[in-house]
Design a binder for this molecule. Structure first.
Ligand SMILES: *Cc1c(COP(=O)(O)O)cnc(C)c1O
Length: 358
């Protein structure tokens, strides 16, 4: 029996995708092989690899002057790779909107004049700070932001106007809403929230930012030029994860593309936020304007009830609703693959729990 999995990541995959993988598991396209058993130089795999890249380009409308790199190591490895590759003048600005931007900042800080120019830490990251262009320092190599804050449930609803290239960790909201890629120097994301299984990391990068002769030593495997020159086949890519991610992209296309998916996401998040806002029992502490479409944290009247909620919801087939340990309470992650029925089932459970416990 399937359950509704509200995990922040790895998270739900589309059921159609899982069924297709299952059907192909023993013999992909009559090859007698599972994709995970194939040479990454084989014709069948190469087709998967290039279709993933071209379909991502199509869905996200990625302009010509950008490369799509299929890497490993998660977003966390990009926290190292970004400063190593992009700090050409040794200066960058970071905006701190949560745990992951703090991590990105702390991995870059030893490598140059790296500044945290704005932060919402004093309010436990319940909002995204105002970012007038005067807040950024001149002459930086890049400005780093986290477009959706997975733990705190905030997102950028508009982008800062920066002179330097904007570098974005979009791990938890890539493919969830329309994005103008041309506004960014780099967009990167671990796959396991909104793309596919863990193991794949997608980096969309402006070609002009890829540099072979870096001012400092950068390990070959962390250098963007290594994989850009090799079409992300310098070494064995995570073939199975890329295959399953391709099936997800095909599914998104079938749903009508990112614009259509965004509408569904707005509807799903809208139902949940409206219910919370109209309830005297539950609350969400995030600044309304900055609310995430993907991660919805909420609290019951007290910590004991939160624990009870998490236990009883799991028993009802609504899984992984515990909030991150730094915020407590509950968090519903409702990525692209969470069907609206899952959100409705959650709201139904919340109503019942409120009646039983108020
Ligand atoms: C989950 C997450 C990460 C960490 O990703 P890994 O792939 O585990 O390294 C980084 N940034 C954001 C915004 C995340 O949601």
């Amino acid at each position: 029996m399937r359950v509704y999995n509200f995990s922040a990541g790895p998270s739900m995959l589309f059921e159609d995708v899982l069924k297709e993988v299952q059907a192909d598991m023993l013999s992909y396209k009559g090859s007698g092989l599972c994709v995970a058993e194939m040479s990454h130089r084989s014709k069948d795999y190469m087709e998967i690899h290039s279709e993933f890249i071209s379909l991502l380009r199509e869905l996200m409308e990625i302009p010509e002057g950008y490369d799509v790199l299929l890497l490993q190591g998660g977003a966390s490895q990009q926290f190292d790779a970004i400063p190593l590759n992009l700090l050409k003048n040794g200066k960058a600005d970071y905006v701190i909107t949560g745990h992951w931007s703090e991590r990105a900042f702390s991995q870059a800080a030893p490598l140059g004049d790296v500044a945290a120019v704005a932060s919402s830490k004093e309010s436990v990251f319940t909002y995204v700070p105002e970012l007038p262009s005067s807040i950024f320092r001149g002459g930086t190599d890049y400005v780093h932001i986290t477009t959706n804050n997975t733990i705190y449930g905030t997102r950028y609803t508009s982008l800062p106007d920066t002179e330097s290239p904007l570098v974005a960790d979009a791990s938890s909201n890539i493919l969830s809403e329309k994005t103008d890629v041309s506004k960014f120097g780099v967009i990167y994301a671990g796959a396991q929230k909104n793309i596919g299984p863990a193991g794949l990391t997608v980096v969309i990068i402006k070609k002009s930012l890829i540099c072979k002769d870096l001012p400092r030593y950068c390990p070959k495997m962390l250098k963007y030029s290594t994989q850009a020159e090799a079409d992300s086949l310098f070494n064995t890519p995570p073939c199975m994860a890329i295959y399953m991610s391709l099936l997800t992209l095909r599914h998104l296309k079938k749903l009508g593309g990112i614009g259509a998916v965004q509408k569904i996401n707005e509807e799903k998040a809208g139902l949940l936020y409206d219910f919370i806002d109209n309830s005297a029992f539950y609350k969400n502490n995030v600044n309304k304007k900055d609310r995430s479409l993907m991660n919805v944290p909420f609290l019951s009247p007290n910590g004991d009830l939160d624990k009870k909620f998490i236990k009883e919801s799991a028993a009802a087939g609504l899984l992984t609703l515990a909030g991150h340990k730094t915020v407590g309470g509950m968090r519903a992650s409702i990525y692209n693959a969470m069907p609206i029925e899952g959100v409705k089932a959650l709201i139904g459970f919340m109503k019942k729990f409120e009646i039983e416990n108020k």
